[in-house]
Write a protein that binds this ligand. Structure first.
Ligand code: FMN
Length: 267
């Protein structure tokens, strides 16, 4: 009985004119279904390629912040110059509890056992991983030439993720670079402007008394030009965010114990 009814419905559908409401809806739904299947299959199939590109982009940024990037170079090959290490932030010492090649910093930051909630949170990150992967660049004698430290924190619209390269004395900045953010092009996104990034080269973190003095501001602080990076024009709020996040990561809750050990030649 119901089979005959179904056949009747199908016959009526087929006999309807091509621009009938039923056929129009049917075609629209069929096109949506096919298109969504193609898009989702492409997303799944391309995920490994995206992961490889993400890794390559990160490696390229580490090469850039260390001054080793050359256009056209084999990024994976050039990246072998770096020695990744997992650092315990509180002690400022490396740990072999984790494999530095596979340690997932982002996952660790939300893992209860591997992170902590921040009550004093000037960088606006909420939680902080207890361990971070850092990258060492060694000189020919095997000593440390530079350390590349991941940093992140809130700007105006987004969390900025980047790296700071510090010289072997644990105090002189070689470079700073963000590889991911959502600040406004022409305003906050000028953090990517090579002229602004170049200002970081040669700046110092701490004065002779050991006080953290590095500052991003509209006017030079009393500590002097060695500790001063000019704020971005028309993007004071992003600049304040960068100031906060750099001072947070270079401070006691961040890499200060490690940088002190590096300065003392204990690393
Ligand atoms: C659409 C729009 C986007 C903006 N994007 C940014 C931004 O990415 N970073 C930022 O600091 N300020 C941004 N601003 C400007 C801020 O609201 C604020 O005016 C500015 O940070 C003040 O900087 P100044 O004191 O250097 O003028 C934006 C403003 C508008 C209207």
């Amino acid at each position: 009985m119901s089979e005959t009814r179904n056949q009747g419905l199908i016959a009526r559908f087929l006999a309807a004119p091509p621009d009938s409401v039923g056929k129009t809806i049917f075609v629209a739904v069929a096109v949506c279904l096919v298109a969504s299947m193609i898009v989702s299959s492409a997303a799944v199939a391309l995920r490994p390629v995206q992961e490889v590109n993400k890794l390559k982009d990160k490696q390229m940024n580490i090469l850039q912040v260390a001054g080793l990037f050359e256009p056209g170079q084999n990024v994976a090959e050039a990246f072998k110059a770096f020695e990744p290490q997992v650092l315990e932030l509180a002690t400022g010492r490396f740990t072999d509890q984790f494999d530095a090649a596979t340690f997932d910093d982002k996952a660790a930051a939300s893992e209860p056992d591997l992170s902590r909630a921040l009550s004093d949170d000037p960088a606006g990150i909420g939680r902080q991983a207890l361990y971070r992967t850092v990258y060492l660049l060694r000189d020919e004698a095997g000593g440390i030439d530079k350390v590349i430290l991941p940093i992140h924190g809130y700007g105006l619209w987004s969390t900025l993720y980047g790296f700071i390269a510090v010289e072997e004395n644990g105090n002189d900045i070689f470079g700073l670079q963000f590889y991911q953010h959502g600040e406004t092009p022409g305003l906050g996104a000028e953090v990517d402007n090579p002229r602004w990034k170049a200002m970081w080269n040669g700046k110092k973190l701490r004065d002779d008394a050991g006080e953290l003095q590095i500052t991003v501001a509209k006017t030079q602080p009393a500590a002097g030009p060695d500790f001063y990076v000019d704020a971005l024009a028309g993007a004071t709020l992003t600049s304040v965010g960068v100031d906060n996040l750099v001072r947070f990561w270079m401070g006691e809750q961040g890499y200060a114990p490690f940088l002190e050990a590096l300065k003392a030649g204990e690393i």
